[in-house]
Design a protein around this ligand. Structure first.
Ligand SMILES: O=C(O)CCC(=O)C(=O)O
Ligand SMILES: [Fe+2]
Length: 305
């Protein structure tokens, strides 16, 4: 058995930004994962989000299906999504709910009389997370020896395509198939993801995607911390220097809830290899691509649209 994973702990309030940036670099190069503490998002708000998430998933399926996913917002039922597109089995044993950018009016919301304060809780969470991610991205820019406002300057943060995903993995499914996962193996598509779980284990990473047999290691959750992981678009920007690590969630034996916050660049932002990351010994791996084109292609593959 490999030793338990130890990711760096990044303290967003730490005054020495350069030493924090170095630690971020280490986390992103070695694992593509780190923990984030003192992120400015209240415990109380996080608890409210979990409570409201459980309120929604407890509704009868007919009610949930009224908000079925459209424009990548709303409800996705159990087995309806398969993150590992190579698997031939039925989909992942989770249900989820997406809430996208607040400004464009595409979100779907439960009625206020059914779930009071649901919408306002999620909107507050979206705003708070976006502000934490914006601070984090300035440190990520420093960690890449760029100016702190690099991601603003390239237009990634004009109207970032940021999504909350509420997740529920039912614990009572008793599936006999070993091929069914809560969330099958995947990497995230965007720049960074901030994840918080209810502490029920299940998340695992595979650090060497192409090594066979694959080695999967448990990711412990840390109370009060976000688990942060690098997504594919950041991997493309850094020509693979920062890893977008394969991860999955095992089917839990008890109910498991988590909340992911995916940050993708604004739709017209071009994701192209940083000059400092393309060298003779590390030639260009990914051509430039517009964020929206990349995201839509990945969603098409996942949802088979
Ligand atoms: O629920 C988790 O712990 C991870 C979820 C995840 O990886 C995802 O939604 O992309
Ligand atoms: Fe993920």
């Amino acid at each position: 058995m490999p030793d338990a994973l130890q990711f760096p702990i990044i303290d967003l309030s730490f005054p020495d930004r350069f030493s924090i940036a170095n630690l971020i670099r280490q986390g992103c190069v070695d694992h593509g994962f780190f923990y984030l503490v003192n992120h400015g998002v209240d415990e109380e708000l996080i608890s409210k989000v979990f409570e409201q998430s459980s309120n929604f998933f407890s509704l009868p399926i007919e009610e949930k299906m009224k908000l079925v996913r459209k424009n990548h917002r709303g409800y996705t039922a159990l087995y309806a999504e398969k993150l590992d597109t190579t698997l031939t089995t039925e989909g992942d044993s989770k249900e989820s709910f997406y809430i996208g950018p607040l400004a464009d009016d595409l979100n779907q919301w439960p009625l206020e009389e059914d779930l009071p304060s649901w919408r306002s809780t999620m909107e507050t969470y979206h705003q708070k997370l976006l502000s934490a991610v914006t601070k984090l991205l300035s440190l990520i820019a420093l960690s890449l020896k760029l100016e702190e406002d690099f991601f603003e300057k390239v237009g990634a943060l004009i109207e970032p395509l940021a999504f909350i995903r509420l997740l529920h993995y039912p614990g009572d499914l008793n599936s006999s198939s070993e091929e069914i996962f809560g969330a099958s193996a995947h990497s995230d598509y965007g720049m960074v993801t901030l994840l918080v779980t209810d502490g029920v284990p299940g998340l695992q990473i595979c650090r060497e995607k192409s090594k066979q047999p694959q080695v999967w290691e448990d990711v412990p959750s840390m109370s009060g911390a976000f688990i942060v992981n690098i997504g594919d678009m950041m991997e493309r920007w850094t020509n693979g220097l920062f890893r977008s690590t394969l991860h999955r969630v095992l089917q839990p034996r008890q109910d498991r809830y988590s909340v992911a916050f995916f940050t993708n660049p604004s739709k017209d932002c071009t994701v192209e290899c940083l000059e400092s990351c393309c060298t003779e010994s590390c030639p260009l791996r990914f051509p430039p691509i517009k964020a929206i084109d990349y995201l839509e292609e990945r969603l098409r593959l996942t949802y088979g649209l």
